[in-house]
Design a protein around this ligand. Structure first.
Ligand code: C2E
Ligand code: MG
Ligand code: MG
Length: 699
């Protein structure tokens, strides 16, 4: 049987071809399919031996098998390549006594496709081997076809038995994965397989963590479809190191390196979340507390940054330990910490503030020494409509600032008035950096001898001629200048301006001693000696006409540093005064070890002495003055406002006086006229003042 047109129909549809051979190998039966495949008619075959009909098959594998089956009766099955046709056949041979039955079919195209696929797989496997990442080839039904060596040892597959060829890919990788990751991988692979052929490149990418009780690793899965084969090749790259370093970086961006606490940004995020979460009727009930360590700069400067760092870490630990679960502590920077408390009204927040302060009662051990610390705490409680975390922080900050200005170890609750103060501080800080330095003016207050009533000198007191607010006293802006460091250029300017002024007055026949206030910051900057020398050189003012006033607290911050600089200045002839004596807690011994020439007794002592009056008024004053005498130091009484004050300080034995009774601070232009007015009226300011004579300036 042969088709008319000579072409072969689709062989897959042809049923099995069958023929029979007798014990001698002669054809006894041939069906139509066999006629077709053998390409011979039945009549040409029947009665002839296979060897006669197909000389090419003599001694072939097929012939050998036929004889074997005829001999032993055991069925045989094999693939056979028939040379003359250049095709593959699948042959099954059964005993059919006395001969055999042979079933066969053309499997050429299937055989060749399989061979091709296998070669492809072998090629593929060698490509996979070359890949460093664990890689598998997965079939359309999700089973593993093959994997490379890296796959055999990858951590992406926890159980080796699961990753072998033939097993389910998803099962192999699913242990230790979050269900959402398993789902994502499953869906991704399905999508790849379902994509219509030709829509290349079809790829899928997914990063996921895999955790075991002891470790956790990260993988990047990249899958792409092998076009035309309905298979997917999947690589697994261990990205644990990269993810860890990214995580470490992210952690560092959100935390304070030194203490490991959340940083400012993180805390603000937490506050924002707390404010948003509490948007119910009651409002957020969130409180923020800013803690600033008192005098920490001095500790850092004197004990070194190593100890400073240890202390900050300990403070962080103690604060964290004092919090309720859910509340948070962070570090704002330098010596400032911030605490976020949930479910807190003003009273509870204040309670918390005191509790936090009490964590400072025990001193902090560091490198074998024990350091006492305290903190000033500002508390701000969120208003019901509060949404802005920055505002809450700046309120708490303003409260902290107010607490600080009340002294050490204080707690202060935020009030709206403080917001205004904070705004003002900000304005001052920015303006002082820019134009405001040119708007500073100096007023001069007379310093008078008590014995003769003669004008001894003046104290220079700075003011800010604010374009909108008018003349501002120093306490409205100097503390900000100290904070920002602007105080140093300001003092430098003051030294130049006041020495120039004193020299000018001296040239006019008015030799006045000039007192200038110097801030503690200037000691720390260590430019004081240089700045003073420069001012004296430029102005030509003799050094003994200059007095530097320092508050006792400014010296107490770093006595050694102060002492070194003051000694140099003293040797050059400049005089040093301790200002506001009686307002600090400095050790007298320490103070009097310094090369000081003048002690200015604060007016608060005068006021206190006045309270106790009843005849033997100023016992304290007298004692202080007696002390200065013993040490060879001059005593100035500050803030003499009344005739009674004047009487008291005279009785106590002060050398010099200063105060509204004798003369208010005045602009430079008024000073010569005022002094001349005094001289014209007899020259004794004390007598004139005690008599109630108004001191008129003569221009
Ligand atoms: P201080 O150095 O103790 O200056 C004396 C302050 O007392 C001045 O206040 C002065 O105006 C005021 N005063 C004078 N007599 C009387 C009086 O009889 N009664 C009362 N109640 N007050 C009187 P002022 O000018 O407001 O200065 C305040 C403080 O600001 C100064 O205290 C000083 O510590 C600081 N300061 C002023 N000018 C400068 C400066 O140029 N540099 C620095 N670093 N600080 C300055
Ligand atoms: Mg002063
Ligand atoms: Mg003073």
């Amino acid at each position: 049987m042969q088709p008319d047109d000579g072409s072969r129909p689709d062989l897959g549809t042809v049923p099995d071809a069958v023929f029979r051979l007798d014990a001698e190998g002669r054809f006894t039966y041939v069906n139509a399919a066999a006629e077709f495949l053998l390409d011979k008619r039945a009549e040409d075959l029947l009665g002839h031996t296979a060897g006669d009909c197909f000389p090419a098959a003599v001694n072939s594998l097929a012939e050998e098998r036929y004889w074997q089956v005829i001999a032993d009766g055991q069925p045989r099955e094999f693939d056979f390549f028939f040379e003359p046709q250049q095709r593959w056949y699948e042959i099954r041979v059964f005993a059919d006594p006395p001969g055999i039955s042979v079933f066969f079919r053309d499997v050429d195209s299937r055989y060749r496709a399989d061979a091709r696929r296998e070669a492809e797989l072998r090629r593929f496997a060698s490509v996979l081997e070359a890949l460093p990442s664990a890689t598998v080839l997965v079939d359309s039904d999700g089973r593993i076809v093959t994997g490379n060596r890296a796959w055999e040892s990858t951590l992406a597959v926890p159980q080796r038995s699961l990753g072998v060829p033939g097993s389910d890919y998803l099962e192999a990788v699913r242990t230790g994965l979050a269900p959402s990751d398993v789902e994502a991988i499953d869906a991704g692979l399905r999508r790849l397989l379902a994509a219509p052929t030709g829509t290349v490149p079809v790829t899928f990418d997914h990063e996921y963590p895999r955790s075991t009780p002891t470790t956790s690793s990260w993988f990047r899965l990249q899958a792409s479809r092998v076009e035309l084969s309905q298979r997917v090749v999947i690589t697994h790259t261990d990205i644990t190191e990269r993810v860890r370093s990214e995580q470490a970086l992210a952690w560092r961006a959100r935390h304070d390196e030194l203490t490991g606490l959340p940083n400012r940004g993180t805390l603000l995020d937490l506050v924002a979340a707390a404010l948003a979460a509490g948007s119910g009727e009651e409002g957020p009930r969130v409180a923020l507390l800013v803690l600033d360590l008192d005098g920490f700069k001095t500790i850092n400067d004197s004990l070194g940054h190593g100890i400073g760092d240890q202390l900050l870490r300990q403070v962080g630990h103690r604060l964290a330990a004092a919090l309720r679960p859910g509340d948070a502590v962070g570090r704002l920077g330098s010596d400032q910490f911030v605490v976020l408390a949930h479910d807190c009204d003003s009273a509870e927040a204040a309670g918390l503030a005191f509790r936090l302060q009490s964590t400072f009662t025990r001193p902090f051990p560091a490198s074998g020494i024990s350091v006492p610390l305290s903190a000033s705490v500002g508390v701000a409680v969120a208003q019901p409509d509060a949404r802005d975390p920055h505002q809450l922080l700046s309120d708490a900050d303003a409260a902290m600032f107010a607490a600080k200005s009340m002294g050490r170890d204080r707690v202060r609750l935020f009030t709206p008035g403080l917001r205004e103060a904070a705004r003002w501080r900000l304005e001052v800080a920015t303006r002082l950096r820019d134009e405001a330095v040119d708007q500073l003016v100096v007023h001069y207050q007379p310093v008078v001898r008590l014995d003769t009533g003669a004008v001894e000198g003046v104290e220079a007191l700075v003011r800010w001629q604010h374009p909108e607010r008018g003349l501002l006293p120093p306490d409205t802006f100097l503390s900000v200048a100290e904070e920002t460091g602007q105080i140093i250029p300001i003092t430098r300017w003051l030294l130049a301006e006041t020495t120039r002024q004193a020299a000018e007055w001296a040239a006019q026949g008015l030799p006045l001693r000039m007192s200038v206030n110097v801030s503690a910051r200037h000691f720390a900057a260590e430019t004081l000696v240089r700045d003073v020398r420069l001012a004296l050189r430029e102005s030509g003012l003799p050094p003994d006409r200059l007095v530097l006033e320092l508050t006792e607290t400014s010296i107490a911050e770093d006595p050694t540093r102060a002492e070194d600089q003051l000694k140099v200045l003293r040797r050059s002839g400049v005089r040093v005064a301790i200002d506001d004596f009686g307002t600090g807690w400095s050790s007298l011994a320490q103070l009097f070890a310094l090369p000081i020439g003048i002690l200015k007794i604060d007016r608060s002592l005068l006021a206190a002495a006045e309270q106790v009056t009843g005849g033997e008024s100023g016992a304290v004053l007298t004692a202080i003055v007696a002390l200065t005498r013993t040490l060879g130091i001059q005593a100035i009484a500050e803030g003499v406002e009344t005739a009674e004050h004047l009487r008291m300080v005279r009785e106590a034995g002060c050398d010099l006086v200063q105060g509204w009774l004798l003369g208010h601070p005045m602009p430079a232009a008024d000073v010569p006229g005022w002094v001349r007015g005094v001289q014209d009226a007899g020259g004794d300011v004390c007598a004139l003042a005690a008599a109630g004579t108004p001191l008129r300036a003569v221009r």
